[in-house]
Design a protein around this ligand. Structure first.
Ligand code: PLP
Length: 409
């Protein structure tokens, strides 16, 4: 008889996006003519830029030759990509990261989910609330959740981020071992300044905590005082792991590539009390459970950093950020209180007085044919908020905002 990992049974049945899909499909059945605009799921819509496509083609052709064929690659990623990442994302910005501190992967979801493999089940986890659900669910799967009561897991510490605190989480009042921070933030689209992030690095160092910093939306930062990497903060190399992704930076949601930085100075405590570097343990984990990102995809990722690639992906990000501008100003004009959107592709709307996230979802769908994401789906502090993404087509985004502006809500 095989026995279950019972933690999976503790997870709620419906995942946020399947419930959204269900409601949209019921609505479509009843209103087949409705012209629905989807501003819910955070997938990109623009095609891959030409510089990346050229690199992909050329890598594919290479694979068909005897000399250019690549089989199993290094589990940590090819040096050509790691060196490019090292120079462009770190050295050029005055940050020293060694090559063997960079681990190329198939994306930030896998890495933020898998990192728990090398960390004890007994860690107390803290998450900002609302939060990217992967951090919470993967910890529940690993047995770090406890019991679910009123949308909160009993063993997880929730750090509310609401308009009342300007979406800046307060330091925990109880002991925590691991803190997930995602900035620019999904779902709120808000950021931490360098000095606000320093508070967390100082806290982690003082309290021997580990920060898991998700910088998947780093490419959308415009403001100078918002850090692109946690390693811009002094001391972060002693207490933080950083996750990056090409998904939103360069439209790789379907190609799949990201990377994780684990400085050798980041340590955790073993059962015998010894402080052990996490870098070799992650290396061991990856070598055992992961067989590397495809060569052609790593070549494509490298092309993102070429001069042509950079100007093309910047244009793409400009397109999405123009959407956020249109969305933000239109929503404000329509009388909504809105947050985020300045350094991130997400707009976080306060639902009108007395209307829950899901009620607002239903109203927007039924009255305007617009699909967004109820804030409460990202955590209890997301109740009373609603997320719209800027990854849609420019004209469709405009159309959605025009509908909202004319709406008698
Ligand atoms: N981290 C955050 C905060 C995200 O919002 C997402 C995707 O929506 C990811 C990670 C996933 O990134 P990837 O596509 O690299 O797995």
């Amino acid at each position: 008889m095989a026995f279950l990992n019972n933690n999976f049974l503790a997870l709620p049945q419906t995942y946020l996006f399947s419930e959204i899909a269900r409601r949209v499909s019921v609505f479509k059945e009843q209103n087949p003519e409705a012209d629905i605009i989807r501003m819910g799921i955070g997938d990109v819509t623009l095609p891959i830029v030409p510089a990346v496509i050229e690199a992909l083609h050329s890598a594919v052709d290479q694979m068909g030759t005897k000399d250019g064929f690549h089989g199993y690659g290094p589990e940590q990623g090819y040096d050509f990509l790691r060196e490019t990442i090292q120079k462009h994302d770190f050295t050029d910005n005055g940050i020293e990261i060694a090559l063997d501190e960079i681990f190329v992967s198939d994306g930030a979801k896998s890495d933020t989910g898998n990192i728990g493999d090398i960390l004890s089940k007994n860690n107390i986890i803290a998450v900002t609330d609302p939060v990217y659900p992967v951090y919470v669910d993967t910890n529940v799967m690993a047995g770090r959740g406890g019991e679910l009561n009123d949308g909160k897991w009993s063993n997880i510490v929730y750090l509310p981020c609401t308009k009342e605190n300007g979406f800046v989480p307060a330091l925990p009042t109880e002991k925590v071992d691991i803190i997930y921070l995602c900035y620019p933030n999904n779902p709120t689209g808000t950021t931490l300044t360098r000095s606000q992030l320093k508070v967390w690095v100082d806290y982690a160092k003082k309290n021997d905590a580990l920060i898991l910093f998700d910088a998947a939306y780093e490419a959308f930062i415009k403001d100078d005082d918002v850090p692109h990497s946690i390693y811009e903060i002094e001391g972060a190399k002693d207490c933080a792991i950083e996750f990056r992704s090409f998904s939103k930076t360069a439209g790789f949601t379907g190609l799949r590539c990201g990377y994780t930085v684990i400085p050798k100075t980041v340590k955790a405590v073993a059962d015998n009390g010894e402080k052990v570097s996490l870098n070799p343990l992650w290396n061991r984990r990856q070598c055992t459970k992961f067989n590397g990102t495809a060569y052609i995809i790593q070549k494509a990722a490298q092309a993102v950093y070429s001069d042509k690639g950079q100007s093309q992906v910047k244009e793409m990000i400009g397109y999405y950020m123009n959407n956020t501008k249109v969305m933000k100003s239109g929503l404000v004009e329509a009388g909504f209180e809105v947050f985020g959107g300045d350094n991130a592709p997400y707009i976080w709307i306060k639902t009108p007085q007395g209307i829950t996230s899901w009620e607002f979802f239903d109203k927007l769908l039924n009255e305007l044919y617009i699909v967004g994401t109820p804030g409460v789906g990202f955590g209890p502090s997301g109740e009373g908020y609603f997320r719209l993404t800027a990854f849609g087509d420019k004209d469709r985004t405009l159309e959605a905002i025009e509908r909202i502006k004319k709406w008698k809500h």
